[in-house]
Design a protein around this ligand. Structure first.
Ligand SMILES: Nc1ncnc2c1ncn2[C@@H]1O[C@H](COP(=O)(O)OP(=O)(O)OP(=O)(O)O)[C@@H](O)[C@H]1O
Ligand SMILES: [Mg+2]
Length: 326
């Protein structure tokens, strides 16, 4: 394994990075929601911050945006110390929050005006930014529509527009595509690429593993700790040595139960409509893994089973990493 979770510990924070964090810790009572995170996010990148529910993603963003104070650690955002001077970087960053982003009882235009007011945009800059945002979000002609009447996909685009009305250098997006259908998610990611191509650094949380491949770099957080960090390619290469079979079968529930007990299978889980079986160390060296497993599953009564060896996905890596945690 080449990623070392301790590598940055004790090194100085990096003022050239978009975000540089050492030992960042947030406790609520006795509970550490974020537990000593060390990470550098280079400028101009799309950085994916991945983790299951309750792993500390939103809490991390709230500390980095200067919304809440940590108990320990250091954090530079665009070179500014956000713990000592939370207001200094505020006008240079944007934040599309997970829960609240827009007033539903305001129109499209009124929402944009509200955010422009938050950032004190002068009228001529607002006029230019407003035009840019309406074009980007494909909302020209809908300026006077009530936000509540927009579909979820449009609303997310408007929220992105509102979060970027002041043309920030760094944008935090907390699960921006939650509840959005796959087509609208794709369109939303096209907008994010657009921002990235203009040099904006994006810090995006998600638990959609397919979105991870859209990022230049990824970090996995689990129970408040980073358990992996790197480019999607590095993470795939470095974090999984096991071989994986994708198993299609008529009764996946029964097959999953069987695989979980099967000798030679280290791990089995649902992946989309099929199952993934991580092959244990004992059987790793076999040449013909797929016929070996299908043969055994047919004997066990799964007549329609098909298996094929696949490259590990980001999701495979994550499941694998989590299963190794104490
Ligand atoms: N203000 C608070 N007081 C007490 N506990 C909190 C508070 N905010 C968050 N937590 C707890 O901290 C942990 C991390 O929460 P956080 O919201 O950062 O997770 P998350 O990764 O964003 O999850 P999700 O994917 O569900 O949004 C959770 O167990 C949560 O219940
Ligand atoms: Mg959250």
């Amino acid at each position: 394994m080449s990623w070392d979770p301790e590598a940055l510990r004790g090194t100085p924070v990096n003022p050239d990075a978009a975000i540089s964090v050492r030992g960042l810790t947030k406790r609520f009572g006795d509970f550490s929601a974020v537990d000593g995170i060390d990470v550098d996010v280079p400028r101009g990148q799309v950085f994916g911050f991945l983790g299951p529910n309750g792993s500390g993603k939103t809490t991390t963003i709230r500390m980095l945006t200067g919304t809440i104070a940590p108990q320990a650690g250091q954090a530079l955002v665009l070179g500014e110390d956000v713990i000592r001077h939370p207001e200094r970087a505020k006008r240079r960053i944007g934040y599309m929050s997970q829960k609240f982003a827009l007033f539903e009882d305001l129109t499209v235009d009124e929402n944009l005006r509200f955010y422009a007011g938050v950032y004190d945009l002068p009228p001529e800059r607002f006029a230019a930014q407003r035009r840019y945002v309406l074009e980007m979000a494909d909302l020209i002609g809908r300026e006077n529509e009530l936000t509540a009447n927009l579909s979820v996909g449009w609303r997310q685009r408007l929220a992105l527009g509102a979060a970027t009305i002041h043309d920030p250098e760094l944008l935090f997006l907390d699960e921006p595509t939650g509840g959005v259908d796959p087509v609208a998610r794709r369109q939303f990611w096209d907008l994010l690429y657009d921002l990235a191509s203009r040099g904006v650094t994006l810090f995006v949380t998600t638990h959609y593993m397919d979105e991870a491949t859209h990022c230049n770099r990824l970090a996995f957080i689990y129970r408040g700790r980073l358990i992996a960090e790197g480019s999607p390619q590095q993470i795939r290469r470095d974090f999984i040595s096991q071989r994986i079979l994708e198993v299609s079968v008529g009764d996946p529930d029964a097959a999953l139960q069987w695989l979980e007990q099967a000798e030679g299978v280290a791990e089995a889980y649902l992946s989309g409509a099929s199952l993934h079986a991580v092959i244990g160390s004992g059987a790793q060296g076999r040449d013909e893994l797929a016929p070996w497993l299908t043969g055994r599953m047919r004997e066990a009564g799964f007549a329609d089973v098909r298996a094929v060896e696949v490259d590990p996905t980001i999701e495979d890596v994550f499941v694998n990493l989590v299963s190794r945690q104490p």
